[in-house]
Design a protein around this ligand. Structure first.
Ligand code: AMP
Length: 286
């Protein structure tokens, strides 16, 4: 069995003995094919891959699923081993954060938009834990899923702004055959909710096709997508549906550059997020 490192000192000692390049994959566990694809890319590109499994309390609000978040370290360890990972870092909350922890990492521009608007302090928690994990592990490259697009953007910006000197690599979204983006939280849903959830990706695909077909009217595309999503499925609460610039992640009014469509919506009690990139044909009005 590969080592499960429980403390920062164990991680540091293990890391200091590694030869060659190191890739890191931070996760909260309950691993699925989405996580495994990140490990696959890391093991392909590096001599060593370390996976962290840590359900980070700092990124959950009081009313969220911190206590019920799925945890299965044994199965996760077997999966990591089968993918060529060389160690797991699975610290406890107390070994990760000292009682006197006072410092956080904040992005002042983007962390109140989209997910940040509905999950106050979420990205502060994410950036803080990712900064700690990266500084402790000192990988050459760290691998993140583009499923959490805003998170990826903020982590990339943090590493750039704060001169981490670590390659931040974005990996493609892995989906069920139905199109539903894989997520550890999908297991909260019943079979019929899962079936209904495919409308999220269908909506993104329809919007993408509209843009590719030459419709550049953001407001109209969003309005009709919201209407059809709420009519055709059990998605009653759409938290946000935005068309944003690929580089800045800021909303665009008229589409004349490549964009990403971002969505978050509740299926019952389960909050789902997804996104899709659209390469934009030239807009004659721009
Ligand atoms: P989590 O355990 O949910 O914090 O996710 C750990 C990492 O796996 C993050 O970088 C996620 O973006 C990534 N990830 C989660 N689901 C997927 C997916 N369906 N496809 C690709 N990456 C994913």
């Amino acid at each position: 069995m590969i080592p499960i490192l429980k403390t920062k000192n164990e991680l540091k000692a293990f890391r200091s003995k590694l030869l060659g390049s190191v890739g890191m994959v931070p996760t909260m566990g309950a691993l699925h094919e989405g996580h495994l694809s990140l490990m696959g890319q890391s093991t392909l590109e590096n001599d060593n891959t370390i996976v962290s499994i840590f359900v980070n309390p700092l990124q959950f609000s009081a009313n969220e699923d911190l206590d019920s978040y799925p945890q299965r370290l044994l199965t996760d360890t077997e999966l990591c081993e089968s993918r060529g990972v060389c160690a797991i870092f699975a610290p406890t909350k107390d070994s990760m954060y000292s009682k006197n922890h006072q410092t956080t990492v904040v992005n002042f521009d983007l962390d109140q938009l989209y997910c940040g608007k509905y999950r106050p302090d979420h990205f502060k928690g994410v950036l803080t834990v990712v900064a700690k994990l990266l500084l402790l592990t000192r990988p050459d490259s760290a691998y993140f899923g583009l499923k959490d697009r805003q998170q990826f953007h903020l982590i990339h910006k943090m590493a750039d702004d704060l001169d981490f000197g670590i390659n931040i690599i974005g990996c493609p979204i892995i989906r069920e055959k139905s199109g539903l983006a894989m997520s550890s939280r999908n297991e909260y849903m019943s079979d019929s909710q899962k079936e209904n959830s495919i409308h999220l990706f269908k909506t993104l695909t329809t919007m993408k096709e509209a843009i590719e077909g030459g419709n550049f009217d953001t407001a109209q595309i969003i309005l009709s997508a919201k209407e059809s999503l709420t009519k055709s499925s059990a998605f009653k609460e759409i938290q946000y549906l935005e068309i944003v610039d690929t580089k800045s992640l800021l909303p665009v009014e008229v589409i004349n550059q490549n964009v990403i469509i971002l969505i978050a919506a509740f299926m019952g009690e389960t909050r789902l997020i997804d996104n899709i990139e659209v390469c934009v044909p030239s807009n004659p009005a721009s």
